[in-house]
Design a protein around this ligand. Structure first.
Ligand code: NAI
Ligand code: MG
Length: 358
């Protein structure tokens, strides 16, 4: 397979971690007979420095012509003083909207070798944490009408409207069911249908959709219960699908149960196979340029890309197994270092993962 990737190395540790991810992809290419062609595009702080804007038109065009986008991280203190519309983060929102990426997919997986990093009790974490949150990304409360008005005796009143269409619910639902088919075949749809109307439409739509996926176990759960279940018994979950704001909150909760931010990948998907894949962490300016950053989140993002955009499951599993083995053997970057760990730099961790690829 020939795969064209638009690559945002970005700012801070971005270039260092993306370089390791490309090394891993190239090795996968050699082992499985694929060619990866990378085109670097400017986005974020480095784009502001070079062109005056966070997301140049040319970057968007190249991204649209690519098969997928790989992103390191953008932003840093250097650009903190800029006004909102000119900030590096604008590049992320711009890419998501230009590429029509409405589904944010965030796996939370606790590696057995890193079990001590889990803040939950051992008797809970030993059952395993390996779940994915599929968050609707372009609808709901964050995109509704909002404003302020005079409330008379009440004083100033602010409002935010929450709206979801059946179309939006169905398309995010499909992402979740398709993903579950590639995993443990269970979908939990999270809503607040006992109170809010959008959640009732959400629930009706998900129930109807579940009939098309009889091979996938389906349940719904109220969001407050889900928040509790995530720390009480995370092993019960495979794929959780939910609306924008609930997903924002639950995905942060879930990611913390697995320990280090340097380990967690993510993807943003739309209605085509083109996705954007990136670690959940930021540009870590405090360790940039020191060969200290953990490249695993970015490397695991590549595994997600191979599976979700290109259906290359064996290749994705090879990367995930290599990462697990490297951790099992005690190799660590500084963010996940423990008493018996063997410390590696960013480049050396990339090399080590390649060594374990089969
Ligand atoms: P951050 O995620 O960059 O860093 C938080 C802490 O985690 C730091 O101590 C950092 O050294 C550490 N860390 C992060 N990634 C690591 C890795 N791979 N290996 C080892 N340690 C790692 O979050 P922070 O400090 O809040 O933000 C820094 C900059 O990144 C800001 O300008 C922020 O706006 C931007 N940012 C960008 C994101 C993106 O591009 N998607 C997401 C989040 C923040
Ligand atoms: Mg958040």
């Amino acid at each position: 397979m020939d795969i064209k990737l638009a690559v945002v190395k970005g700012d801070g540790i971005g270039p260092e971690i993306v370089t390791e991810a490309e090394k891993v992809l190239d090795r996968i290419g050699e082992l499985y007979g694929h060619t990866f062609v990378y085109t670097d595009i400017l986005a974020g702080g480095c784009a502001i420095d070079a062109t005056g804007v966070p997301l140049p038109e040319e970057s968007v065009e190249i991204a649209l012509q690519s098969d997928s986008v790989l992103l390191g991280a953008v932003g840093g203190p250097k650009w903190d003083g800029l006004p909102g519309s000119m900030r590096p983060e604008k590049a992320l929102l711009g890419l998501r909207s230009k590429l029509g990426l409405f589904a944010n997919v965030r796996p939370a997986k606790l590696y057995r070798a890193l079990a001590d990093a889990c803040p939950l009790k051992p008797e809970i974490s030993e059952n395993g944490i390996d779940l994915v949150i599929v968050r609707e990304l372009t609808g709901g409360l964050y995109f509704g009408e909002r404003g302020r008005k005079d409330g008379g005796e009440l004083g100033e009143v602010a409002f935010d409207e929450l709206e979801y269409s059946k179309m939006e619910i169905e398309r995010i639902g499909r992402v979740a069911f398709e993903l579950a088919r590639k995993r443990r075949k269970k979908v939990t749809s999270v809503d607040k249908a006992n109170v809010i109307e959008t959640s009732r439409l959400w629930r009706e739509t998900m129930h109807a959709l579940s009939k098309e996926y009889e091979d996938v176990e389906f349940e719904d759960m109220l969001v407050d219960n889900c928040a509790m279940q995530l720390v009480r018994n995370p092993a019960q979950f495979d794929v959780i699908v939910t609306e924008n704001m609930f997903g924002d909150i639950l995905s942060d909760e879930a990611s913390m149960t697995t320990g280090s931010i340097g380990m967690l990948p993510s993807s943003s998907l739309g209605s085509t196979t083109r996705g954007m894949y990136e670690p959940i962490h930021g540009s870590a300016p405090d360790i940039a340029g020191q060969n200290k950053a953990n490249p695993i989140a970015t490397i695991l993002s590549c595994a997600m890309m191979l599976r979700d955009s290109f259906d290359l499951t064996a290749e994705a599993v090879a990367i995930e197994n290599a990462v697990a083995q490297v951790l099992n053997e005690g190799w660590r970057t500084s963010d996940i270092m423990d008493e018996n760990g063997k410390l590696l730099g960013t480049r050396e961790m990339g090399d080590k993962i390649i060594e374990y690829l089969k």
